[in-house]
Design a protein around this ligand. Structure first.
Ligand code: BES
Ligand code: MN
Ligand code: ZN
Length: 497
């Protein structure tokens, strides 16, 4: 998708689809210009009642032959003057969908003057271009016929003011980079587990290198992890024929003395539950259990394209959780890389077992902050549903920064407590800790408390993305959340948001 900014008068623009706002029953300024140009065609359509009053409703009008604006897409904004960023995101998603249905090859976006929270023109442009670029994503890898690519190729944003138009240009380029990372994340999430194995994740990580000279990749196999004492991570892959991989992608955009931001992703390429086998219904969805890893790889791609002047390390802890004669059994005790021993009471609580060794490994990069992402608990979905990911952290500052980044990118998180009072729930009679809490209450939090025990030496945050990383049901598929949240956080750290 190509983006350009134009400063021409609205009436003189040439496009396959002009997108204009309607506020309840009133045409926006830009819509009025087109209404005049086309002899009241827009206001007549509006009077007919064909545009629903619900925000996000659209109505596509085909204009007379030889018009400069081949189509006009009316978009219902609703009564209010300003929109929240989250409402704006869902509005733009309906707009992108409507443009695709219309078969237009180009679109002129005249929605830039909308008042969205207190977002800057750069931030609004960033979100718009993210949504448009992301809207062309199609999964076709495992179909016998490739799906045809989208016909929509070019978006022009009309912006008369020179200073603002520069900001809009920057925002568009950033959005494109974010969507490019999202495409990697979605594709990895959507790929079946017989293709997307730990080794596949390692191959994809190695390929990232080609997008920037600032990237380097190291992959550790099981013998190397054994040497490091990663008994916890290795206990998860023990029942699988697929070799576990620990992948580290380093991005060096600043002086070596600058401490890196470390991102860690849970990469369970399939979660059967292991010997604590899951129920059969819906088990296919457990191919998405590597969405934390996919997010890390997607964000590294975005980072490379944005060329940000910061240091970042992406770590992926990849394994397949299978039952088998060598699989870990409930009651087994393993020793983690940190030296702490763990009684594995439930082999289905495997995410924390791979993450804890990755958290210990992360210390060698002398991190400024560490953020892990994981489809860790069903309990987090019970608590927050599909709207927000669960944020747990030992740092108020890092929490605030992440919450603000989520809000600004309409990819929100919500903080849950990890007070010491929850810790005794992890007590074990046979090891330093158990891998599950005692009882089913506060399951997202006890998982966070488990991880906290391995993140003692740095500022750390954990994002439980079980509810946000994919859509269930008929529109099953990866969402690429929270790539936008993290990209926003990195842009802010680089002072480029
Ligand atoms: N990958 C699952 C969590 C999950 C469940 C994500 C449903 C998305 C949808 C994780 O490995 C798991 O199985 N967690 C258990 C933990 C329990 C055994 C303490 C869970 O949530 O039931
Ligand atoms: Mn599990
Ligand atoms: Zn899992």
């Amino acid at each position: 998708m190509q983006f350009s900014v134009s400063r021409s008068p609205v009436a003189e623009e040439k496009t396959a689809c002009a997108i204009v706002a309607v506020h309840a029953t009133r045409l926006s300024e830009e819509a009025q210009i087109l209404d005049k140009l086309y002899n009241g065609h827009l206001s007549q359509a509006l009077k007919s009642g064909d545009l629903a009053s619900k925000r996000g409703a659209t109505l596509s009008l085909f204009m007379p032959k030889a018009s400069r604006h081949k189509r006009v897409l009316l978009v219902q904004i609703g009564k209010g003057k300003s929109l929240s960023i989250v409402a704006f995101k869902s509005l733009m998603q309906s707009v992108a969908k409507a443009v695709h249905t219309s078969n237009a090859s180009s679109a002129l976006n005249l929605l830039l003057s909308l008042d969205v929270d207190d977002s800057s023109p750069r931030a609004i442009a960033r979100l718009q271009s993210t949504i448009f670029s992301d809207s062309v994503y199609k999964y076709s890898e495992t179909f016998s016929k490739q799906k045809p690519p989208s016909v929509l190729k070019r978006i022009t944003l009309n912006c008369p003011d020179t200073a603002t138009s520069r900001q809009v240009q920057i925002g568009c380029a950033q959005g494109k980079a974010i969507a490019s990372g999202m495409a990697i994340t979605k594709n990895l999430g959507d790929l079946p587990a017989n293709i997307c194995t730990p080794s596949h994740l390692a191959e994809v990580a190695k390929k990232l290198k080609t997008s920037s000279k600032r990237l380097s990749v190291q992959v550790l196999g099981e013998p190397a992890m054994e040497k490091l004492g990663m008994g916890s991570l290795l206990s998860v892959s023990a029942g699988s024929a697929e070799e576990a991989k620990l992948i580290a992608v380093q991005y060096k955009g600043a002086a070596a003395s600058k401490k890196p931001i470390v991102l860690i992703g849970k990469g369970i390429t399939f979660d059967t539950g292991g010997i604590s086998l899951k129920a059969g219904a819906g088990m296919d969805e457990m191919k998405f259990d590597m969405c934390g890893a996919a997010t890390v790889l997607g964000v590294m791609q975005t980072l490379a394209e944005l060329d940000l002047p910061i240091n970042v390390v992406g770590i992926v802890a990849a394994a397949e959780n299978m039952p088998g004669s060598k699989a870990t059994k409930p009651g087994d005790v393993v020793t983690s890389m940190s030296g702490q021993t763990i009684e594995i009471l439930n082999t289905d609580a495997e995410g924390r077992l791979v993450l804890c060794d990755a958290l210990t490994y992360a210390a060698r990069f002398k991190p400024d902050v560490v953020i892990d992402m994981a489809t860790l608990t069903g309990a987090c979905i019970v608590a927050l549903g599909f709207e927000a990911c669960g944020l747990m952290s030992n740092s108020d500052k890092l929490s605030e920064d992440l919450l603000a980044s989520g809000q600004a990118s309409a990819d929100r998180a919500w903080r849950l407590p990890i007070w010491d009072e929850y810790q005794p729930s992890l007590d074990s009679n046979f090891a330093d800790m158990a891998n599950i809490g005692n009882g089913r209450w506060a399951g997202a939090i006890t998982a966070g408390c488990f991880l906290q025990r391995f993140a003692k030496d740095y500022q750390w945050a954990h994002l439980d993305i079980a509810g946000v990383a994919w859509n269930m049901g008929k529109n099953k598929g990866a969402t690429a959340r929270p790539v936008a949240l993290l990209s926003e956080y990195l842009l802010r750290r680089a002072k480029q948001a």
